[in-house]
Design a protein around this ligand. Sequence first.
Ligand code: MLT
Length: 407
Amino acid sequence: MIKINENYSKLKASYLFADIARRVNAFIAANPQKPLIRLGIGDVTEPLPPACVEALHAATDEMANRATFKGYGPEQGYAFLRDAIAQHDYAARGCSIEADEIFVSDGAKCDCGNIQEIFSTDIRLAIPDPVYPVYVDTNVMAGRTGLNKDGRYEGVLYLDSNAANGYVPAIPKASADLIYLCFPNNPTGAVATREQLAAWIAYAKANKAVILYDSAYEAYIRDPKIPHSIYEIEGAREVAIEFRSYSKTAGFTGTRCAYTVIPKTLMAYDSAGNAQAVHPLWNRRHTTKFNGVSYPIQKAAAAIYTPAGQAQCKALTDFYLGNAKLIREAMAKLGLPCVGGDNAPYIWVNTGRDSWEFFDLLLSKAQVVCTPGAGFGTCGEGHVRISAFNSRENVVTALERIAAALK
Ligand code: MLT
């Protein structure tokens, strides 16, 4: 008899953004005449940077020609892209990351979700709250947690992020083996200082733990004191894996390209306590389960690192940060305390009421979609996340509608 993976039954019925989409679709079906503005899921709206489009066209032409056609590429990514990443995202910021420590993939979501496979199931997880739900849900699926009791899974060390700690969780007293961190943070938009990251690295070293560092939103950092990569901090090569994505950097949410860095100096331990390099494990997993990102998409991603690509991506992220500023100002005018939006495309708003209730209110009264904070964890209750990803016109209209709805 075939049996299901019963860990799935511990999960909430559907993934947060699927749940929201279902409610939004029901609203649209019932109110077809009311046009919605989506400031919920962090999905970009502006077109790809011209440098990427040009590279995509040129690479497509190469695929159309027998002499330049490409079949399977290297699973880990083409050298032209891995070299550009190593040079521009790491060497230029003083980080020593080699090209062969970089694994190109089709998304940071998949990598963040899949990485847990290479670690034992009997490890202690430390996961922030609120948090991008993928980190928790993939570990529930893998059987690393108990049941969900009052919104929290048994066996997980939750790291509360709240106004009191500036939405950067404090170092826990208890030990953990696998630690998830995300800065600039999804959902709160908070950023971590060098000192805060150094403290996490020291904690990971003391616990022989690994930090999974999601920096998918690093392109939004404008404060020059804030590190873009965890490898800017000494010792990170021994304890941290970093995830990056072109989704929000260059509008690649539909195009799909990202990468994960696993330094060769990063160790985990076998059951006898012997140190084992993690890099070969991920390489084995990647080559077994993944056949690489398509050549045209990697060419488009490499174009991000050309001078024109860099300027266009900066203009793109500046544009969304302009939206974020408008959202913050509007929330302040409405007397709703909020954080984020200055080094991140998300604004975390303290609504002072039930987050799903506030979501429903904005949907029904303003036809604006946001993300209820409770969907990111128990500490998210009382908040909503507003995304800056939309056209200027839509953001301005959405803010006018929200102001009218809350009058
Ligand atoms: C979000 O809205 O949190 C993100 O768009 C989700 C993602 O990047 O997968």
